[in-house]
Design a protein around this ligand. Structure first.
Ligand SMILES: Nc1ncnc2c1ncn2[C@@H]1O[C@H](COP(=O)(O)OP(=O)(O)O)[C@@H](O)[C@H]1O
Ligand SMILES: [Mg+2]
Length: 588
């Protein structure tokens, strides 16, 4: 958890937040006008009451009293309306600003390169785009504008009090420094209490998110009781944090009551003296009681509102930090040729995810248009990394990667990526319809295209059998589909985009023989007429490849066709005997 830094009012930060207010200038202006209006209207009622007491009640003027009552009811109505619009507009303002900001943040995050996500927990990014943003809305609805309004109101009330009777005002305000000191102590205490609450809420969220996502593991291994004990502990800390913050309130509010009683005591004591001496009218004392109440409420709440403001500033700081991370894949290329042939060449490519921990060392190969290259090798050999590089998901450190003889960095990034279809090992499905999961909401792809691609891949039949067919709603992460079915859908995804280059991280997920057959067929269909780089586990895929590369700890051990490599009687032959022989016999 990052700590609360700096002041509640950081001018640069505020200025940056206010840039997002610009489109809502009108609402902002209205909010400010209403704030001032509320502050000015506040002292009016006590003043009217004072006038009523002195000019009508004490003089037994019933008609005048009734008239004044009507005026006060009218004033109350006006105040109610102003208050309503004030609350409404400040909330509209806050929500509008964070709506824009949230879209900006999401857009920004979407464009960040994968390296950033390797280091940033997903939960953290979700917190940024949801709760941290919420605190910014509060700057407008509960923080800044309301604080300004409260201060204005305090100033207006004290001004009217001074104007009415400065001597009495000064006497009555004697306990005020006490109140300010108490508020300050409270503000500091509640700040750390709130931070603790936020930390505990985050812990609770993380625990729940992970354990609900991983519920299968917990149940398979019967870990419910142990996890429950952990959960109880986290909950207890969560409760304690809340109790702590509430405890400060339960001390602070009575203290404020005592201080305000002190003020009223002073008022009664000194005010009566003045009345007896005929220096002031009784109406003044009545109105001062109301003024004092009106003074104490905003000052009491100011501490709270400063915290809200501060939370908003912290939230803003965190969000701007995300917006300031400039970890995007450089997109300076301009090449967008009409057609790609699909010629791929790696020239002395060196690559590391971090520093100089080379994951790929001096890799060179050439795949001609329409050919298939199979990558084999042990787990961690660097097969997936080869794929990640071609799409520029990660940038190489040395050497060059060429497509149709041109460096991939010279192509426009989206152009490059849309001409390379990548099917990854673990299929991710969104909670959406099958259709939208295939075309990824690209409206240019028609239902006919979908069906044609599905038929080619051989998945049309199984989709048709689902309730609703292509409109069947896939639950989160495709939980309602089998691994094989999900894989087939990812194949249609690639097929429907009809790319020149196909990149496939073949899943090893064991599937039943029928699905296995479907997948084998689908892979063959997908590779037809395309340049393919396939991380192959299935013997059939490997055998039919034009070229096979055996990767070992980031280096090319052997390269050639299936027959060549078998004859070579080296690493591939051993791997083949070890991994594929039994399967080969079974399938032969
Ligand atoms: N995102 C990543 N960040 C850092 N290291 C990674 C990342 N992905 C993979 N690696 C490392 O790179 C090496 C090669 O991984 P990978 O290309 O996925 O191997 P393969 O696909 O052959 O199993 C492994 O040592 C792995 O730990
Ligand atoms: Mg891999």
């Amino acid at each position: 958890m990052s700590k609360v830094s700096g002041n509640a009012v950081d001018v640069n930060l505020l200025r940056r937040i206010f840039r997002y207010v610009t489109p809502y200038r009108n609402i902002f202006t209205k909010s400010i006008i209403l704030t001032v209006l509320l502050a000015v209207l506040a002292p009016l009622r006590p003043w009217l009451i004072q006038y009523t007491v002195d000019s009508y009640i004490l003089l037994n003027d019933f008609r005048g009293l009734v008239n004044m009552s009507f005026i006060m009811v009218a004033l109350l109505l006006i105040q109610t309306f102003v208050q309503y619009y004030h609350t409404f507009y400040t909330n509209v303002l806050g929500q509008s600003v964070i709506k824009d900001l949230r879209i900006t943040v999401f857009n920004h995050i979407s464009a960040l390169r994968l390296k950033y996500f390797d280091r940033t927990p997903i939960g953290q990014l979700i917190t940024r785009t949801v709760s941290d943003l919420e605190t910014i809305a509060d700057i407008f609805s509960e923080g800044l504008i309301v604080i300004v309004g409260d201060i204005l109101q305090v100033v207006a009330i004290i001004a009217v009090m001074l104007y009415t009777d400065w001597e009495l005002t000064l006497i009555v305000l004697i306990p005020m420094p006490l109140l300010m000191a108490a508020s300050y102590v409270f503000k500091e205490a509640i700040k750390s209490a709130f931070q603790e609450v936020r930390t505990q809420v985050a812990n609770l969220n993380t625990f729940l998110q992970e354990h609900i996502s991983g519920i299968r593991i917990i149940q398979y291994f019967a870990r419910e009781n142990q996890e429950m004990r952990k959960f109880k502990k986290i909950n207890a800390r969560h409760r304690d944090a809340h109790i702590q913050s509430n405890w400060y309130y339960s001390i602070f509010f009575p203290v404020v009551e005592i201080i305000s009683a002190l003020s009223i005591g002073l008022l009664v004591w000194y005010g009566s003296k003045l009345i007896i001496a005929n220096d002031i009218s009784p109406g003044v004392v009545v109105s001062f009681i109301m003024y004092i109440n009106m003074l104490f409420r905003p000052i009491r709440e100011l501490a709270d509102k400063f915290n809200t403001l501060q939370m908003g500033m912290v939230g803003a700081e965190r969000i701007f930090k995300v917006l300031d991370t400039d970890e995007k894949t450089e997109n300076k290329g301009i090449l967008k040729p009409e057609t790609l042939k699909g010629d791929i060449e790696f020239r002395n490519v060196w690559f590391a995810y971090n520093d100089e921990n080379w994951v790929l060392k001096d890799i060179s190969f050439h795949v001609k248009p329409g050919e298939t290259l199979a990558l084999v090798g042990a787990t961690g050999a660097g097969k997936s990394s080869v794929i990640n590089i071609l799409n520029r998901f990660y940038e190489i450190n040395k050497g060059s990667v060429l497509v149709d003889g041109k460096d991939i960095r010279d192509y426009e990034l989206n152009y490059l990526r849309s001409h390379i279809a990548t099917v990854l090992q673990d299929v991710f499905l969104f909670s959406d319809t099958i259709g939208n999961n295939i075309n990824l909401n690209n409206q240019e792809i028609s239902r006919e295209d979908l069906v044609r691609a599905a038929m080619e891949v051989g998945a049309h039949q199984f989709i048709e059998k689902l309730p609703g067919g292509y409109d069947y709603d896939v639950m989160e992460r495709g939980a309602t589909l089998s691994a094989g079915q999900a894989q087939l859908i990812s194949f249609i995804r690639a097929m429907v985009y009809d790319p020149q280059i196909l990149v496939l991280d073949e899943a090893t997920a064991s599937v039943d023989t029928e699905t296995e057959e479907l997948i084998r067929h689908a892979i063959n269909k997908l590779m037809e007429g395309r340049t393919s780089i396939v991380i192959a586990h299935r013997l059939s895929t490997i055998q039919n490849a034009d070229k096979i590369i055996v990767l070992d700890r980031g280096e090319i051990r052997e390269m050639g066709s299936h027959q060549q490599l078998l004859k070579f009687n080296g690493y591939y032959k051993r791997l083949y005997d070890l991994q594929f022989n039994s399967e080969g016999i079974a399938k032969a």
